[in-house]
Design a binder for this molecule. Structure first.
Ligand code: AMP
Ligand code: MN
Ligand code: MN
Length: 318
């Protein structure tokens, strides 16, 4: 993969860099941001990571995740902004305001649906932002180490569903293989990323699966959670990560939909498919986006109305 040399030159000549990852960050967003922070500090840059959301504790295995900031409270001046894994600007949430104030910007991403909102944009349709970043680091001439390799591995593993989704290529495996030459605790990463459950999370899952419903001859499956379900269980929004996977492999189902109420009547919607439909197109009709097999959007309305709106759009796809 060839990285735009202007991106490499710009990074090299910048002094103080702000990195941005998307709200409700996943392993790829955090992995790419934290890897980049290690890389930039290795070449003498000052660097902070911004994310609107509070970072879930289960990312404790990323050693520098605690220094991620939500606001620029010291009014620090940055000469370069780099957005990682953000398909469009609104994925940065409130942090987009700081991004806009910084004189020059770069976007590094891998989303099929994307907005080229930075001065320089490197978007490659590969497994993960971490896969693109691997080449950026290479071209910057920075040697990997245990910390950087761990962060990049998290991004690859999490966006490929542990190398099971069809965005996994021989290249992805080749990079993973190079990363595994370093000291990476894959047991710990896989445990926190794919296996660990808290009691609150299981109780939330119990409620969520209790709301299972189908539409269009079982071609569309829904599960949902309301704000009150989070209150009842003491679980957080980030605890829903992966819930949609429970319904995405029903044999009759082409589109799996998980709705999670984030604010009164505002639902974060996750779309998944078994591969027969491009769910990024469905998400786009609601102002969202993502990938062919996994996409998301935010939709206003009561639960019945939102499900009806989605069913109506799905009629054209399934
Ligand atoms: P999720 O269902 O939250 O795991 O997201 C699946 C994919 O859709 C990810 O690649 C996200 O980047 C993308 N995505 C999720 N929510 C949104 C949104 N509101 N707007 C655009 N893309 C989204
Ligand atoms: Mn992501
Ligand atoms: Mn990603």
């Amino acid at each position: 993969m060839k990285i735009n040399s202007d991106i490499i030159d710009t990074i090299k000549k910048s002094k103080c860099i702000a990195l941005f990852c998307h709200t409700k960050p996943d392993g790829d967003a955090l992995g790419s941001s934290c890897a980049m922070k290690y890389v930039l500090e290795k070449i003498g840059k000052e660097c902070d990571i911004y994310c609107e959301s509070k970072i879930p504790e289960h990312y404790c295995y990323i050693s520098n995740y605690k220094c991620i900031k939500q606001t620029n409270d010291k009014n620090k001046k940055y000469d370069l902004a780099i957005a990682l894994d953000c398909s469009d600007k609104k994925r940065m949430g409130e942090c987009a305001k700081l991004f806009d104030k910084i004189p020059f910007s770069i976007k590094i991403d891998h989303h099929k649906t994307n907005e080229q909102f930075a001065n320089l944009n490197q978007v490659e349709i590969v497994s993960s932002t971490c896969e693109v970043l691997y080449y950026v680091i290479n071209q910057l001439g920075v040697e990997l180490d245990d910390n950087i390799a761990t962060c990049l591995y998290i991004g690859l593993a999490s966006d490929t569903g542990c190398f099971m989704h069809d965005n996994t290529t021989s290249n992805t495996h080749e990079i993973a293989s190079k990363l595994l030459e370093y000291n990476i605790d894959i047991n710990k990463i896989h445990y926190y990323e794919f296996k660990r459950r808290t009691r609150a999370q299981l109780e939330l899952l119990h409620i969520c699966l209790g709301n299972l419903s189908f539409a269009l001859d079982d071609k569309v499956a829904f599960i949902h959670l309301k704000l009150t379900d989070f209150e009842k269980t003491g679980a957080e929004q980030s605890d829903t990560l992966g819930f949609v996977n429970y319904i995405s492999n029903v044999d009759t189902t082409k589109v799996a939909v998980m709705l999670s109420e984030e604010k009164p009547n505002l639902f974060a919607v996750s779309f998944r498919t078994n591969g027969t439909v491009d769910v990024s197109k469905i998400a786009e009709t609601f102002g969202g986006g993502g990938h062919k097999m996994a996409a998301g959007a935010k939709i206003f309305g009561g639960i019945t109305t939102v499900k009806k709106k989605i069913t109506d759009v799905c009629k054209d796809f399934v």
